[in-house]
Ligand binder design. Sequence first.
Ligand code: C5P
Length: 323
Amino acid sequence: MSFDPRVWTAHAHAKVNLHLGVADARDDGFHELATVFQSLSIHDVLTLEETSAPVGDQPTQVDSLEVDGTYALGVPADDSNLAWRAVDAVAQRLRDKFGPRDLPRVALYLTKGIPAAGGMAGGSADAAAALRLADTCFSQYYDMDTLGDDELMEVAAALGSDVPFTLMGGTALGSGRGEKLVPMMSRGEYVWAMITSNEGLSTPSVFKKLDDLRAAGKGSTPSMNTAAVAQALMTGKPQQLAAALTNDMQAAALSLRPDLRKTLDAGIAAGALTGIISGSGPTCAFLCSDTGIAADVVSQVTVEIPGTRGFVATGPAPGARLV
Ligand code: C5P
């Protein structure tokens, strides 16, 4: 029988935390969060192509991963990439659920539109897209036996704290380590100028810095009440949302990267309503009253601050989905 390889493509959207409350570290090392996630229009594109007819148990289903695009620099093109591991996690889960089965080997092609290590969950979004692609591809051979959304969310949580939200998209309240999600109401569309930094920040190092600051009596108390952001989102008014934006990681990110203070000041001077560190940083997210102002913020800040790039993004946007 001849093999007719199939190919699927998915979009993987970035996120911004409108509220990021961080409590103390738990026994497992993770921090309990009270966060409000919103997906952004900016996205990576992930394509999965079959490279072989179905074969039995393999150490990995993935033959290769190619990475290109504006923000490809520094993104691993091997099995340390979360998208690669997501494909294997789906194969494993299908075999655990339905018993031994032959599955095709695949190649992945990733075009990065989201900066890596930027605090926008780009790697997590790629994993979420890979979960959807692998579930779709692998189900073709067995009467459409898919994992379905609930099980995909469980596999997502095992891959990383931000993977479940990037799979779901929209606007959501996150608790636990960020993996427990409840959809939230959000009226209207919000416009952001996102300013990225050439040098990334590692998420664990920012959590550690926050712990150190708190141990020295310098950190803020955990902001675990998300009501102000929830209320602002109901109004659809960016001015209200700007006044409610909260990030407990900001002081720690600024302590590791004091230069980001200049970027925040420059964006506000250029006309943004306000600016915050996105997630654990170093990306700075500027909420703006319209796209014209957001474009001005991007052009002014990137000229003024060396080593920065920027783009305009809107939210909310969908979660990872096939296109
Ligand atoms: O879950 P994920 O792999 O994205 O987390 C990366 C690291 O970030 C964790 O190993 C941990 O150090 C830190 N983290 C945390 N609390 C969270 C989420 C992440 O301390 N809620």
